[in-house]
Design a protein around this ligand. Structure first.
Ligand code: OGA
Ligand code: MN
Length: 289
């Protein structure tokens, strides 16, 4: 029997977990433990994993259906399950600060939830670190469940019935032009602003950089509310900054967590992480034109 040790990372969320080898098929018990830990802690870090892409994808499949990475899918119609995070290309060459790919990835430095712009957003992201900078390149996390818990009842009731439009082209065209095929593959989608975890009934709101507007509200009123909710969840004391070590596998619950990159000097450092996502179950609606 595995001895699982859980070490909290932040008062509101996050746990470092020892005693589970994610590179081997998990027992039913261990898998149930990981699923429950996702519902409870929202962010899990498993250090010292001897990960490979094959093991990473096999573990992803144990948690559910792997998500087709949206950039490859949108641009080419091909299904690829991995996204590379950082500045190292598949052939091993490093991109510098001035490279277009580095600029594109800086969109990840805005608070967001992965795939919130998809009709069916993701359940979790699984990110494994292969090469990390000595300085910078942390990933910060904050909880929209914690943000929701801090709201007065009146505001909770006000936001309960609302929708929220998440729109990739809206958020990312501020950073760099979005490829037209990619843009066409991701129409804006309307989600519930308040979401409930089906396992434990806990609620959170659902904002971040892709959140564009509240259906039926003016642009300015939408912006005020969405920015206010984002700010409430991301106060300095609410943030956990993950300083990466090679070998870390980190899983976060995209249904309720925000995260962002913090930047690093790409001229100086190599940063290479590989990511998969698991498809969620809560469907939004693509509004009719
Ligand atoms: C991600 C992400 C930010 C970073 O992996 O989904 O947004 O660079 N990462 O740490
Ligand atoms: Mn991300």
């Amino acid at each position: 029997m595995t001895r699982i040790e859980v070490e909290p990372l932040h008062a509101c969320f996050g746990a470092r977990i020892h005693g589970i080898d994610l590179t081997q098929a998990l027992s039913e018990d261990d898998l149930a433990h990981v699923r429950q830990a996702i519902d409870t802690y929202s962010l899990l870090c498993f250090p010292d994993q001897a990960m490979t892409d094959d093991a990473h994808l096999a573990f992803t499949r144990q948690l559910g259906e792997p998500e087709a990475e949206h950039i490859t899918w949108g641009k080419t119609g091909q299904v690829a399950y991995f996204g590379t995070v950082g500045n190292v290309l598949d052939d091993g060459t490093k991109q510098d600060n001035a490279d277009a790919g580095t600029k594109y990835q800086s969109g990840n430095n805005l608070w967001h939830s992965d795939s919130s712009f998809r009709e069916t957003p993701s359940y979790v992201s699984i990110l494994h670190a292969y090469e990390v900078p000595d300085e910078g390149g942390d990933t910060e996390f904050a909880s929209m469940r914690n943000g929701y818990e801090k709201l007065a009842n009146e505001l909770r009731e006000q936001i309960e019935p609302l929708g929220v439009i998440h729109d990739y082209v809206f958020s990312r065209s501020k950073i760099a032009p979005v490829d037209p095929n990619h843009a066409a593959s991701l129409p804006p989608v309307n989600h519930r602003l308040v979401r409930t975890n089906p396992g434990n009934g806990l609620k959170n709101y659902y904002v971040g950089s892709h959140a564009r507007s509240i259906p039926g509200w003016s642009g300015i009123d939408s912006r005020r509310l969405l920015d206010d909710l984002l700010e409430r969840a991301t106060q300095p004391e609410d943030i956990y900054a993950h300083h990466w070590h090679a070998g870390d596998t980190v899983i976060w619950d995209n249904r309720c967590m925000l995260h962002r990159g913090t930047g690093y000097d790409a001229d100086r450092w190599r940063r290479r992480l590989r990511q998969t996502r698991v498809v969620g179950t809560d469907k939004g609606v693509v509004p009719r034109a």
